[in-house]
Design a protein around this ligand. Structure first.
Ligand SMILES: Nc1nc2c(ncn2[C@@H]2O[C@H](COP(=O)(O)OP(=O)(O)OP(=O)(O)O)[C@@H](O)[C@H]2O)c(=O)[nH]1
Ligand SMILES: [Mg+2]
Length: 298
């Protein structure tokens, strides 16, 4: 019986790659209709490969958001880039996102891989809300000369322009097959991970320069009851001076982060949230492989 049900069922991996800040996570969220992956105006917001799962009776699309492509400068970034290289192995469709104003692509190694991929390649030119129509047309013309075998989608992930067209083409091109995840599952990540990311998003938004990049958030305890989720989270910085900045004068800065995080988490989990945080130092964690493993970077 199950066999006949899945004969008409489609499922596939759609892996999203691109440089930092082009809108990969924004695209994932708009395709899912859920704020799964954090978005900020800073580069290197996403640090892990994150699956967002779009389910319907007839299909399951597993979108993979990935960290922005960069030349790694320290072990954390090396691990971030390792998680990107996996996208070429399991994709049914690859989405390469560019900013509509980009004139070139700086990652020649990836560019070579892209020209050789066997699965369909969708080239998404994002942020069309920021330019005139002529720029959109000239950008499509320029990229279609550089990349031969791609389908082109000028979109605005932020303003939800042409996203339905993109989704229709994705559904058309993914293969028939059984679902990879439970049909009620929204992501491969745990609730703890979502909490850690939402707090990190507020830290990226509230602090400048190197401070937010020195931070790792770890949920120490997550207890859910009928009408409340109680969360204790640890915020690690690399140095004592960074810890003091995160806390701020009279703890005002960390209080703001907590309030914003709690409100966002209440929206996401649709439940009242109690959130307590403590800031600690984990000396040089971004360069320490053992600490990186403990923090979940494999
Ligand atoms: N104007 C405009 N801004 C956008 C659009 N899509 C994303 N943005 C903005 O671009 C910034 C980066 O968006 P993200 O989705 O975090 O980008 P990303 O590619 O995931 O970035 P990393 O995780 O750092 O690699 C945010 O400020 C978004 O609001 C768009 O279509 N139009
Ligand atoms: Mg991102």
């Amino acid at each position: 019986m199950l066999y006949f049900v899945y004969m008409k069922h489609k499922s596939g991996f759609v892996n999203i790659i691109g440089k930092p800040n082009v809108g990969k996570s924004t695209l994932l969220n708009v395709l899912l209709g859920e704020q799964i992956s954090i978005v900020t105006n800073k580069v290197q917001t996403t640090r892990h490969r994150i699956h967002g799962i779009l389910n319907s009776e007839t299909h399951q699309i597993v979108f993979a958001d990935t960290p922005g492509l960069l030349d790694p400068a320290y072990p954390l970034q090396e691990l971030m880039m390792k998680s990107v290289s996996s996208v070429f192995e399991d994709a049914d469709i690859i989405i390469l996102i560019l900013d509509i104003q980009d004139k070139n692509f700086e990652f020649e190694a990836i560019f070579d891989k892209i020209n050789k991929i066997k699965c369909p390649l969708f080239l998404v030119l994002n942020k069309i809300d920021t330019v005139e129509k002529e720029i959109v047309l000239s950008s499509i013309k320029m990229w279609s000369q550089k990349i031969k075998k791609a389908d082109f989608f000028p979109v605005s992930a932020l303003k939800n322009i042409n996203i339905d067209l993109l989704l229709n083409e994705i559904i058309k091109k993914i293969p028939y097959g059984q679902p990879y995840y439970g049909k009620d599952q929204l992501t491969d990540k745990s609730e703890r991970f979502i909490v850690e990311e939402k707090i990190r998003e507020k830290i990226l938004n509230n602090y400048q320069e190197e401070i937010p990049y020195s931070v790792q958030v770890v949920v120490d305890s997550f207890k859910e009851s009928a009408d409340l989720i109680k969360i204790y989270a640890l915020i690690f910085t690399e140095r004592k001076s960074q810890k003091n900045i995160i806390i701020g004068k009279n703890a005002q800065a960390i209080k703001k982060v907590c309030t914003e995080s709690r409100k966002d988490l209440e929206r996401f989990f649709k439940k009242k949230i109690f959130l307590e945080t403590r800031v600690k130092v984990s000396e040089g964690w971004r360069k320490n492989e053992k600490k990186l493993r403990l923090f979940g970077y494999n």
